[in-house]
Ligand binder design. Structure first.
Ligand code: SF4
Length: 321
């Protein structure tokens, strides 16, 4: 628990000028973009696009108060989500595919991005939650620096597929306080086939180790139970055991810590190219989700949330495991 004097980590970096310098160097790196493990090397400053299909200007699909994240993220007032367009992945089952894969969204300046954060803060949100942010990390750094100078004091949440490079994660060290990475797969072939990620497992595990190095296994809460610092790993259970939940849980418990918080998600439904697919064209059964919960327990993980299994298409409430 922490008191009222708490400030997010990026404030000190803003005051010292380090955040501005970090943003400037990161923006320059867009001339040969290697922000994610795909390492396209394209000149996004010149308008070129790599696999993520966006150039240098931020593209925001939506920004709003979100109340259905994990309880320490959404709290009572909601999380201030900013959904970016484009994605480094190409999930066949993506529920947001018009945004992630077809580029739906509005081009904004870094200054406008900063204003969005301040407006979400003004609406009482507990944090600013960057959703699918990897390909816009330099722009986010620049915008946070602007917003910090204008009074932003909320912790930042980095809500990612977990397909990251160490270099990009280190740009965010002491800028992001709350990490929300996925651990989607334990098999590279499945990751490639379903999500288009080359070498997902290796990159994801290195990323999770780096995040763990930065914030450890303690989820620091304020006096109202709202997260201030730490990591929550999300794992979406897939039909047919394709997410290899048991292996993922085992690896987290062994390589990181059994105290790491896990969000074990039961909200898969077939969307986009998964509709009509003989394997992933259905929801997860109650038995499959029970198996996933069993894998969480077998790995002796201690902290996390589950979802009530529900045969409708709605997302069930998150509750402690
Ligand atoms: S962020 Fe986009 S352009 Fe840059 S390396 Fe990744 S996919 Fe390629």
């Amino acid at each position: 628990m922490i008191g009222m004097t708490w400030e997010p980590s990026y404030i000190a970096l803003h005051r010292s000028g380090d955040l501005a310098a970090r943003a400037q160097a990161a923006l320059a790196s867009l001339a040969q973009c290697r922000l994610c493990p795909r390492a396209c090397g394209v000149d996004r400053l010149a308008g070129k696009q790599g696999v993520c299909r966006v150039a240098a200007e931020p593209v925001v699909a939506s920004w709003n108060v979100h109340r259905w994240e994990e309880p320490p993220i959404s709290g009572t007032n909601g999380s201030g989500t900013i959904f970016f367009s484009g994605c480094t992945g190409q999930c066949r089952f993506c529920q947001n595919y018009p945004i992630s894969q077809f580029g739906y969204g509005n081009h904004v300046t870094n200054e406008r991005l900063a204003e969005m954060m301040l407006e979400l803060q003004g609406r009482g949100c507990h944090n600013i939650n960057f959703v699918t942010p990897t390909h816009f990390v330099p722009q986010i750094l620049a915008a946070v620096n602007i917003a910090a100078g204008q009074g932003l004091r909320l912790p930042l949440v980095y809500n990612t597929s977990g397909y990251e490079t160490l270099e990009t994660l280190r740009l965010l060290e002491n800028v992001v306080d709350i990490w929300l990475p996925d651990a989607k797969y334990a098999d590279d072939k499945v990751a490639r086939r379903l999500s288009g990620f080359p070498r997902y497992v290796e990159n994801n595990r290195a990323a999770l180790l780096e995040i763990y190095r930065q914030v450890g296994d303690e989820l620091v809460l304020d006096e109202d139970g709202i997260a201030r610092r730490g990591m929550i790993i999300r794992h979406l259970v897939l039909p047919g055991g394709l997410a290899a939940t048991g292996e993922v849980m085992d690896w987290i418990a062994r390589a990181l810590s059994p105290r790491v918080h896990i969000s074990l998600m039961d909200q898969y439904f077939p969307a986009h190219k998964a509709v009509g697919d003989p394997v992933i064209g259905r929801k997860v059964t109650a038995e499959e989700y029970d198996e996933a919960l069993g894998a969480f327990e077998a790995a002796q993980l201690e902290n996390g949330w589950m979802q009530e299994h529900d045969d409708c298409d709605c997302v069930g409430p998150l509750s402690p495991t």
